[in-house]
Design a protein around this ligand. Structure first.
Ligand code: XBP
Ligand code: MG
Length: 251
């Protein structure tokens, strides 16, 4: 079977967005709403167990503030907070606060040159994906991804397989035609639930996650002058991820 498409996660995979991006934006939204909540780097690591910003706020309330009450509907309150969080987050990205991870731009360009199809499958809000792509790769990069599967487009977020399944349905591709790029346990569970192999690059929050089943786990995708560390699997002697290695790992 020939590899036809690459499907990318966004947060943690294309860019290290969680600690200095999403977390900060949540805290700004809380402050703006006069809430004295502050998600520290450590607490945020625990909260990442739940994907989706609205779902994460609800999980925080249920776990850490069980007595918290609002006048009116709780899910509307959370949706309002989350809207403000998205505004803060996209503003930060527009200021260029978060770069792509090493090797990401090169690999995407290699894939396009090789005629591979590209898609995104993420839990984050569509506006956040656009803000990241536009601020790092330029507005034209939105056209490079034929499907951007994001946010509430499927009700069950990662680790459920639905977002990957939805992306492949849109592209009329089978799991054997594609490979996923992920950074977290919830991500690999989602991809493997949809029948996909995942290439894993870890980050500080996910370095100790269980990635069993992944053909390779690396510290980053790497560049010719900035090699990756291979944490599991076989890189065939390579020091960074290129399309040839992706095709080998897909077999
Ligand atoms: C990403 C997420 C998202 C972001 C926040 O997970 O869990 O919730 O942290 O995004 P993955 P929103 O990389 O596995 O897709 O606040 O827009 O939901
Ligand atoms: Mg991720």
């Amino acid at each position: 079977m020939t590899l036809q498409a690459l499907i990318f996660d966004v947060d943690g995979t294309l860019a290290d967005t969680e600690r200095d991006g999403h977390r900060v934006a949540f805290n700004r939204a809380f402050a703006e709403a006069d809430l004295e909540w502050e998600w520290s780097e450590e607490l945020y690591g625990e909260l990442l167990a739940v994907t989706g910003g609205k779902e994460r706020i609800l999980h925080y309330l249920e776990t850490y503030l069980p007595d918290f009450r609002v006048d009116g509907d709780l899910s509307e309150f959370i949706a309002g907070l989350h809207k403000s969080k998205t505004r803060h987050y996209t503003e930060m990205l527009g200021e260029g606060v978060i770069p792509l991870r090493p090797g990401v731009e090169r690999l995407i360009n290699e894939a396009r040159d090789a005629g591979l199809r590209l898609a995104i499958a993420t839990t984050t809000t569509p506006a956040n994906v656009e803000a990241l792509l536009v601020s790092t790769l330029g507005p034209e990069s939105m056209e490079w991804f034929e499907v951007i599967a994001a946010g509430d487009i499927v009700p069950a977020k990662k680790p459920a397989p639905d977002i990957y399944t939805w992306a492949m349905e849109q592209m009329k591709l089978e799991p054997a035609d594609c490979i996923a790029f992920e950074d977290s346990r919830n991500g690999i569970l989602s991809a493997s639930g949809a029948g996909l192999k995942s290439i894993i690059s870890v980050n500080a929050y996910t370095a100790n996650d269980d990635f069993s089943g992944a053909p390779i786990v690396v510290s980053q995708w790497g560049e010719p002058d900035d090699p990756f560390e291979v944490l599991a699997g076989d890189a065939s002697g390579k020091s960074y991820l290129d399309i040839e290695l992706v095709q080998q790992l897909h077999h």
